[in-house]
Design a protein. Sequence first.
Length: 252
Amino acid sequence: MLKADRVVRILSHVTEAGSADVHALSELLEVSASTIRRDLQGLHDRGLLHRTRGGASTGAVTLERSLRQRSEHRQEEKRRIGLAAAELVPEGAVVGLTGGTTTVELARALADRTGITVVTNAVNIAAELIVRPAIRLVVIGGLARSASYELVGPAADRMLSHYHLDLSFIGVDGLTAQEGCTTHDEMEAEADRALLRRSGRSVVLADSTKIGRVTFASICPLSEVHALVTDDGLDTDRAGAVSGCGLEIIRA
């Protein structure tokens, strides 16, 4: 395995688990413990994780992974969430979609529908739908974020101000009853808020690993969204906390 591929797998594993020890990573990647120690030290020096005695952790803040890395995680759960979310879209609706690996699955579930309009700031979602002539596609412009393939910034906000959306679906990196919906980037959070402001109904799409997690930038409190579509891995305590804020929970 090339070092670049190994480092990506280390980051992905530590990000998902929160921490990992040298022995476990050595077995996972089938390389020596000394190789893992060198890789971890290099990642620590670059500020990408926190080196600990015997291993590494993400520290207090969840690391942002690239869209490519995230798309490989919990694919089946995300596919089911996308299918369940598509059932919420009536004929003729104007639908807003933010970027994210789960909203991409919703876009794919909508691809064969007719008579709907999709408004999105995500170039990968636009690429999925532009070849579907039965769907009217509106792409919001702005500054491109390579981590999420989203277009953000003042230009995106100004363009959104000219539209009214029947419902919007937003992807998040974290969701708790106390901190609401959060993401890794403040400009992405502002684009999400702009979409929510123009929507009659707002739905969060998040697999169960995102529930109970807090990331850097606040999008909105849970009082500003109407429903959460997630998978059946959401535990009872977290479901109760979220539904106590008034959200309808739909399990895929």
